[in-house]
Design a protein around this ligand. Structure first.
Ligand code: ASP
Length: 312
């Protein structure tokens, strides 16, 4: 299967998502070998352009490309000519003129990845655009949960926390819906996106403000970060209030079914949305998610840049 780009989960069907997850399983096998490198993308050059901070996504895209033998270049918004006022359009056109094969882009503006693709005509992978989408995060979340729970069809996944500012929830809703999971969205009223019931992807989902009522039936809890950098005012009275209502405390952790797992895309606010006990619990898959990030991003790069259909 060839993918022309990955701007979002929107537009991908169950077959395509499953194909990426299955390729990621093969990539994960490669990661268990002593020599972890495949020659698939030899001769391709992929540029990582991160205009917003990142640890996991940036490093794992870089590692994934290297493990497929691609050449990589890293661009950071800070320290480049964007701080001299160069526009996003001029910046991507400048880099594209160097003769590269594609971009991985993170930007604070929703839609930035799509624009970069339109301007350059090169394949683009969206590594997070504003509050819109973060497709590889949803794919690695699905990969991690599928490994722990088996097929996600009919499974109950609760996504909890600052949904208003989260691109992860948007991509996950679309991905989990395609895979047949039942999603419950849990957030304080102020951090629930406006008119969420009108989102096409939220049809058939449960929407609630009450975390305690979903614990007993959850197969997976996905705790999302309180995104202070995207908040212009106060969305809850105090940290203590947030923890009391929506934090995954030790007491709430104990109410989950034995088989239930806990995920968090990172970076965590330890002690706020997730307690240290929950973050480090045996049922926490947070570091499995990080490991899956490399395999899943290898799979995405492979489906876009290898073989006949690729741009090169
Ligand atoms: N790392 C994820 C993102 O970039 C989640 C987060 O920042 O909370 O969207």
């Amino acid at each position: 299967m060839h993918l022309p780009h990955l701007l979002g989960i929107e537009g991908l069907d169950r077959e395509q998502i499953t194909a990426v997850l299955d390729t990621a399983e093969e990539m994960a096998q490669v990661q268990t070998r002593e020599l972890k490198k495949l020659p698939a993308l030899r001769g391709r050059t992929i540029v990582n352009m991160f205009f917003e901070d990142s640890t996991r996504t940036k490093m794992s895209f870089d590692l994934a490309a290297k493990r497929l033998s691609a050449d990589t270049m890293a661009f950071a918004g800070k320290g480049s000519s964007t701080s001299k006022g160069e526009s996003l359009r001029d910046t991507v056109l400048t880099v594209a003129a160097m003769g590269i094969d594609g971009f991985v882009i993170r930007h604070s503006a929703s839609g930035a990845a799509k624009l970069a693709m339109e301007w350059t005509g090169l394949p683009v992978i969206n590594a997070g655009d504003g509050t819109h989408e973060h497709p590889t995060q949803a794919l690695l979340d699905a990969f991690t949960m599928r490994r722990a729970l088996g097929p996600l069809q009919g499974r109950n996944v609760a996504i909890v926390g600052d949904l208003r500012h989260s691109r992860v929830v948007r991509s996950n809703l679309l991905c989990l819906r395609e895979l047949g999971a039942h999603v419950t969205l849990v957030a304080p009223p102020t951090l629930m996106p406006d008119a969420i019931e009108d989102w096409p992807a939220s049809q058939g989902m449960t929407i609630t403000n009450d975390l305690d009522e979903v614990l007993a039936d959850a197969d997976a809890l996905m705790m999302l970060r309180v995104q202070r950098e995207r908040m212009s005012g106060a969305f809850f009275p105090s940290e203590a209030d947030y923890i009391a209502g929506w934090g995954l405390t030790r007491e709430r952790l104990a109410k989950l079914p034995d088989h239930a797992v806990v995920c968090h895309p990172g970076p965590m606010n330890r002690g706020l949305e997730i307690s240290p006990e929950a973050a480090d619990a045996a049922r926490s898959l947070i570091l499995d998610q990080v490991a899956a990030g490399v395999s899943v991003r290898m799979a995405v790069l492979f489906h876009i840049f290898s073989g006949e259909g690729s741009h090169a």
